[in-house]
Design a protein around this ligand. Structure first.
Ligand SMILES: Nc1ncnc2c1ncn2[C@@H]1O[C@H](COP(=O)(O)OP(=O)(O)O)[C@@H](O)[C@H]1O
Ligand SMILES: [Mg+2]
Length: 267
């Protein structure tokens, strides 16, 4: 269900990002040449679990109507790694899993969201889906100071999901988006609030109706299929993804309580 590709050229490093993704040209198994932002497992914050979170979150996001970039599983042959000129990058790649996470480049005309953007017109629906998505996948990494969000006209692309889920590490507070008050911090104004939190809270025209059917329709079969499309090389992430699956099933089964908290936080 996800596309595989072989890395064929290292172009340059991305201009931004804590993990300095690599801009790489790759050839898909169907023969298309594509450009990806590559996150190999040996980058400090990524690891196998971070790559698995990226793909799993992108699959769930696209199921519930969040505008994600297509995730690609990118094979890196040892010949290709040897052909990379920069010794530091070559070293990172050779210490990484031979399959890396790739995010299909959004393409031309996209820029990063900045805090002087406004939430108008069609942007509202995608902003609400994104806010809900981040609340339900435990993503604290789309905040005012680091939006991980691209915009072109009124369209968005969300990126960067390696730090989401990590359910076992969520202890104080536990991952309970169905609990009243859970989302309070995400709507606070300031650098650490969710990129859309304060904006949606100030907006009287937000339409909540599409959210429930999207999440209530996240079937067990679909969730298992998404978990099953993770590369077999990433088996070390299996139990973390199991926890993510259990968490999402609970969100789905308790969707009314979750939505009550979303609406309360944004009221
Ligand atoms: N699919 C993509 N399309 C376009 N730009 C991207 C894409 N993925 C990442 N980028 C760019 O690379 C930067 C770093 O990527 P990101 O996934 O946020 O990595 P990090 O974990 O290092 O923050 C982003 O801020 C964005 O500018
Ligand atoms: Mg980022």
């Amino acid at each position: 269900m996800i596309r595989y590709a072989d890395a064929i050229r290292f172009d340059r490093l991305a201009e931004r990002g804590r993990n300095e993704p690599l801009r790489v040209t790759a050839e898909t198994d169907q023969g298309d040449e594509i450009e990806v932002f590559l996150k190999p497992s040996a980058r400090p914050e990524i690891g196998i679990e971070g790559m698995a979170n990226e793909i799993f979150a992108a699959c769930v996001g696209s199921h519930v109507g969040v505008p994600v970039c297509e995730p690609i599983a990118v094979r890196m042959s040892s010949d290709w790694i040897s052909s990379v000129q920069d010794p530091l990058i070559r070293d990172v790649l050779s210490r990484s899993s031979p399959v890396a996470f790739g995010s299909l480049a959004a393409g031309s005309g996209w820029r990063r969201w900045t805090s002087d953007e406004r939430l108008i017109g069609e942007r509202r629906g995608a902003a609400l889906s994104t806010f809900v998505f981040d609340a339900f996948i435990e993503n604290r990494d789309r905040v005012v100071s680091n939006p991980n969000l691209l915009i072109r006209g009124d369209s968005f692309r969300v990126i960067d999901h390696e730090l989401c889920f990590r359910i076992r590490l969520c202890l104080f507070p536990r991952a309970e988006p169905w609990r009243m008050g859970y989302l309070q911090n995400t709507v606070s104004p300031g650098a650490t609030g969710h990129v859309f939190g304060a904006l949606l809270k100030a907006d009287r025209y937000v339409d909540f109706t599409p959210i429930r059917p999207a999440w209530a329709g996240l079937s067990d079969d679909a969730l298992s299929d998404y978990a099953a499309c993770l590369p077999t090389e990433w088996v070390d992430a299996a139990s973390a993804i199991d926890d993510a699956l259990t968490h999402l099933r609970t969100v789905r089964d308790r969707i009314d309580e979750c939505l009550m908290e979303i609406e309360r936080a944004l009221a």
